[in-house]
Design a binder for this molecule. Sequence first.
Ligand code: SF4
Ligand code: SF4
Ligand code: SF4
Length: 437
Amino acid sequence: MTQSPDESPARRNHPSKLFVEVTTHCNLGCAMCVKQTKHHGMTEGVMADEIFSALTPAFPHLEALILNGIGEPLLHPKLESFIRRAKELMPATGWIGFQSNGLLLNEGRAASLVEAGLDRICISMDAASPETFRRLREGGEVGDIEQAFRALTAAREVHLASRLDIGIEFVVMRDNIRELPEVIRWAARRGASFALVTQLVPYDEAHISHVAYDNNTDEAVALFEEWKQIACQEGIDLRRYGEVAWRYSRTPEEQRIVDFVARMKEHALSRNIFINLEKLLARDEEWFAEATEIFDKARAVAIEEGIDLKLPELVPRQKRRCEFVEGGGAFVSWDGNVHPCYFLWHNYQCHVQGWNQMVRPRAFGSVAMRGILDIWNDKPFREFRENVLLYDYPHCFSCKLAPCDYVQADEFAQDCHIRSEPCGSCLWCMGVFQCLQ
Ligand code: SF4
Ligand code: SF4
Ligand code: SF4
């Protein structure tokens, strides 16, 4: 099949990015990790050589090969061999990278990774202060990251042909966000050229209070701000809506509030904006003003230090875009199963929308049984990607009925738009979560 170079990566006849989980094992016990939650259903394992070899037909087409999922890639004894083998077959413009907690990065390991041809490494660093670091990354120390940076920069200097980019990943939470500007400065001065910041995925109910993103979308917040001003001019107290909305008999003042909200909802509907008044009224404006200021400061530090900074949204975007599908990504588990995205890679529970959501992995086949390109081009996987690109999904995030029976089913079958992909209840496409890609 001939393909236009402009064709969306999702529609090409090969994946353009492969995310490969080389191991699920880890040498840390981070408090916020899905592996630490009681109800995850992940099966631990290490990718066998034959499974990695089965990915070979995809390598000549790859823009990027990212060698991590849940787990620490440096624990895989053949990581360097995987890098070397993929590098030989990948286009010269393609890159290979992974995220790591950095604990195992001593001089010898850094040198062997650089020799193998590693292009990008992203080290987890969620705090600059030793106390916060220890609390968040149980078993790790800031000193370990310092050592990792020393080893990597030294290895890069020795291997003149190396094009290794070193960066950090910072998971933003309410209790560490104030350290972000300092962490960026710290990393830049030790050789980092990029900083990737993501919001916390709350895998456990206890994580919800740490979440730093808004419970409303950007368009809902903007519309609500407009109407709040009008309410103020008209002397309407919107906070009373919950109390008066269901009254059988209302005073003229109460009726004005109800009519006002009805007008606001109509306006939102006419602009295709989904609002949840309860969530909008509960919005912690002071917090978002402070978080915005911190992000601005982080941007200023990044410019000052010459580091490339990618910040997540503080307020989820109403206009969705799935970077995984749009970028032509395929996700391969350690056992060879092929998945469409980060969200549907594992078996776990999360609370990204404030309620308990069961997430089951969506797999389109295993490279242990079939070729990677066959799986990619097979009808079910193609249809999945085409459907995602339509973005015709409900907005569960703003839905007053959430969690409904559709999204709480043990096995998701469909949503209220009769769509069989759970994208309506996924926040990855709303700009709050990011990963190396
Ligand atoms: S380093 Fe990563 S995989 Fe390991 S416990 Fe921490 S978050 Fe989980
Ligand atoms: S699937 Fe359920 S939660 Fe999502 S928008 Fe539809 S009714 Fe609401
Ligand atoms: S579930 Fe989320 S991450 Fe997965 S394809 Fe849908 S929008 Fe993308």
